[in-house]
Design a binder for this molecule. Structure first.
Ligand code: DSN
Length: 493
């Protein structure tokens, strides 16, 4: 019966229309079976243009990736139709027998991928994305006004680790809900200043220290973070969003050994759907001086914070897609991919240095490179703009001592996305060359800017206009478009 009804909708539009006339299928039912190309031309055209942009751009944004065809299949699947507030076996809606299977499978694969014993660790796979996952975690273990320390945003941290301006203006609401104190990187070495964190945390006595970053190219010293957290009695939460694929593949050290809680998004180096996970410890937290065991109570607190504390129905299509991504991440092919991500990043960094770029911390151990452009006579906003015009997507980024996040002196690039598309070291040499040419063009165009532009914003608008009019920019744009278009995107092979 089901098969008969489905086959009814197959065929040319004319055939379907004639079947419709002689049946009881309503126009509404017919509409919901049509592809977007027929239903919504306007949206379809936008999708087509974005597909083309992705295929013909060099994606250097280190938090982006191209997820797999199979993950995309699940994201567009019937799993999204179901409400399932609650957890496997404990739902507030009927009909969840298969959704339970999907979520349990996802949890099992998440623990197994990071070699975690289910007796010692649990995982919540329902958070909708990384910033919410961090908020849910803080709320689970802190009261409002409890204290938290995270890497300062201009030093490579993330908004969800708290951010307020030196004037006291709270930019991230995490800094409104909780008392936040930043720690910093050493501006000489570009590395986290553990010494200063150690001293400040003893005075500030935070309940949570957040390790992890959005723009930090080096391996963080988790053991050191653990010692610092223990010395002030804080939980150590590691936000491994950027590096979770590298950790899964074992190509960089894992933060699990030293952390109480690990959060991650799932769509960056891990290459899954856009979502997040919270891993938390179970069992004994510490033994008191009198020999009494103090147990972790994160399990119930974190799960309660996610639902019902903050979220409603989980996105089951995302959780199902994540289960697939986690299976892929456990393969030898994925390990090889992650090893190439790092080889490519190191090589790319060296090629950039050869062309006069300064890298914060002098290089990279990971997938990410942070460039300090101060010596080149161009800023991150202008370079991002001209790169976009030549089909290279990168992002401007603050470096230490920057005052403005909109007009910073840095540019952040990374290798996960283009390594997925098959780039190796030769291709990244070519990308460094494109970037070097872009810098030279940008410096020339900047010198042609109108002296009448009143502020940075109008200067940038003027610069963008000059880029659009430049035939050299147009030629480079066409060259990049053609060149990168030869590298397949997932699903094309
Ligand atoms: N916005 C992400 C990044 O680009 O690093 C972090 O969530």
């Amino acid at each position: 019966m089901l098969v008969n009804r489905l086959s009814f909708f197959r065929g040319t539009p004319t055939l379907i229309a004639s079947r419709l006339m002689s049946s009881k299928i309503s126009a509404n039912q017919a509409m919901i079976s049509k592809p977007v190309q027929e239903v919504d031309k306007e949206m379809y055209d936008i999708l087509r243009m974005e597909r083309e942009r992705q295929k013909h751009s060099i994606t250097l944004i280190p938090s982006e990736n191209f997820t797999s065809k199979s993950v995309m299949e699940l994201l567009g699947s019937e799993m999204q139709n179901k409400y399932s507030e609650g957890y496997p076996g404990r739902r507030y809606y009927g009909g969840n027998q298969f959704i339970d299977m999907a979520e349990s499978l996802c949890q099992k694969r998440a623990l197994s991928l990071y070699n975690l014993d289910p007796a010692q660790w649990g995982v919540n796979v329902q958070p909708l994305s990384g910033a919410p996952a961090n908020l849910y975690t803080y709320s689970a273990i802190m009261n409002t006004d409890d204290r938290l320390m995270g890497l300062d945003l201009p030093h490579g941290g993330h908004l969800s680790h708290g951010y307020q301006l030196p004037s006291g203006t709270k930019i991230s609401y995490i800094s409104k809900y909780f008392q936040t104190m930043p720690y910093h990187i050493d501006s000489q070495t570009g590395l986290i200043d553990y010494e200063s964190l150690s001293k400040t945390s003893k005075l500030f006595r935070p309940k949570v220290i957040v390790a992890g970053a959005s723009a930090y190219a080096r391996i963080m010293d988790c053991k050191r973070f653990r010692e610092i957290s223990d010395a002030c009695g804080a939980y150590l939460m590691f936000d491994m969003a950027h590096i979770s694929g590298l950790v899964a593949a074992g190509v960089i050290p894992s933060p699990f050994e030293y952390s109480d809680i690990v959060t991650t998004t799932t769509h960056k180096s891990l290459r899954g759907p856009r979502g997040a996970m919270i891993f938390y410890r179970k069992g004994v937290r510490k033994v008191s001086e009198k020999g009494k065991k103090i147990m972790y109570d994160l399990d119930s607190k974190i799960n309660f914070s996610v639902f019902p504390g903050h979220q409603g129905g989980p996105h089951n299509h995302t959780i199902s897609a994540l289960a697939v991504a986690l299976k892929q991440a456990a393969t030898p092919e994925f390990k090889e991919y992650q090893a190439s991500v790092i080889t490519n990043a190191k090589h790319f960094g060296e090629e950039l240095i050869k062309r006069g770029f300064n890298l914060v911390s002098g290089g990279t151990d990971t997938h990410l490179i942070l460039i300090n452009l101060s010596n080149l006579g161009i800023d991150g906003a202008r370079l991002e703009t001209i790169l976009e015009k030549i089909n290279i997507a990168a992002n401007k980024n603050t470096v230490p001592n920057d005052k403005s996040a909109l007009f910073p002196s840095g540019l952040r690039v990374g290798t996960p996305a283009m390594t997925t598309r098959g780039f190796g070291v030769d291709e990244f040499t070519q990308v460094a060359e494109f970037m070097s040419r872009a810098v030279k063009l940008a410096i020339g165009l900047k010198s042609q800017e109108s002296p009448d532009a009143a502020d940075n914003r109008s200067k940038l608008a003027n610069f963008r206009q000059l880029c659009e009019e430049s035939t050299q920019v147009q030629e480079l744009s066409a060259q990049v478009y053609e060149w990168v278009g030869k590298y397949p995107v997932p699903g094309e092979l």
